[in-house]
Design a protein around this ligand. Sequence first.
Ligand code: PLP
Length: 418
Amino acid sequence: MSHAMIDYDRFLSKAALKSQGSAIRKMGVMAVRVPDMISFAPGYPDPAVYAWEEFREIASELLTGRDGTVLQYGPTRGHKPLIEACLEILASRDIRATIEQVLITTGSQQGIDLIGRVLLDPGDVVLLELPAYTGAIAAFKNTGAALVGVRQEADGIDIEDLERAVARERAAGRTIRCLYLVPNFQNPTGLLLSLEKRKRLLDWASRANLLIVEDDPYGALYFEDSATSVDTRPLKADDGEGRVIYLSSFSKTLAPGFRVAWMVAPEPIASKLDLFKQTQDLMTPALDQHVIYEAYRRGILTSRLPMLRKFYQEKRTVMQDELRAQLGDLITWPEPKGGFFLWATLPAHCSTNDMLPRAIEQRVIYVTGSAFFIDGTGANILRLSFSLPTKEKIVEGVQRLTRVVKEELAGHKTPLEI
Ligand SMILES: Cc1ncc(COP(=O)(O)O)c(C=O)c1O
């Protein structure tokens, strides 16, 4: 029997039937295939600033065969020296944690997925910012949870709207489990949550008796012209009651191909996360963990941070200057004070979804704002990631994008619509 004759949907779980691929990943794949495409789509770090030589040295030392643990199974929670290194990094962010509270994960993406599995039953409510990171939206959706959006303001999540959402969902008899948020240079908006709101959120979690999932892959990449390490102080640093599950990652600072990240959770939750991680992958790849540990031990991570901050800050500035020069006040955005993303709003009647095929024709690509909204809004917004292209490509890419935006504003119709 040929594959075409079998209706495979009959065999799929309800969750698998409902699941959809990430718009960002699809666009990323498309961008790679088209020659000379300038991609503002995926939030990839720039390989030009990976510590290639140091990684090569470390890997060849690790692979001599003297230490069998480098290619052996190991504890699910992670390579102990790396966990201890994470405790030091956490302490530098004013977070005091114990070894029992930390797990090394295969990317923070796995951490988010594990949280979904450990905290959420079908129908439970998870609160998310509007807009939110698509990887979290997808992971939480897969659990069958109900995703409820909370509006944002210039200084981060709107706490009054959060209170209203909680009251509304509870009045409807739903069980709320947690709030997921990215306080530092959020993906996709680049927004930085104010210190005042960080304090208020901890009070809120206590009053509402809920947990906060704090996802912080970008905090170390603040731009020194507009933010400091004080502004990125994690909520977890002031979490007296143990209400915050904190995630961070080496992906954006060392390299995402290693797939090494870590999370801190109250012990009773950490032990459940450990059990669920066992069935996902037994452990995060040992070689990756050893390389990252060595990179940390040799000071490679810490010593490179100032260079990385400057490197991405310059790219951000080039993108902003070119957008301003080309599009003036037709396009607006909150200035990113760190991270990889610029969240650009066009006039209300523009559709960044409709524009996308024309952008691809012009060989420039972005992610449409609506991909990040769980309420179907964001049609006139685009997420532009400035992290990967060179400065020259950023300028060229903005010029290509400008042609598409101007066409859209002039009421361009596709041949089918005419
Ligand atoms: C907000 C956020 N969380 C998590 C991740 C996943 O990172 P990792 O490579 O550690 O899985 C990303 C990656 O883009 C992200 O932007």
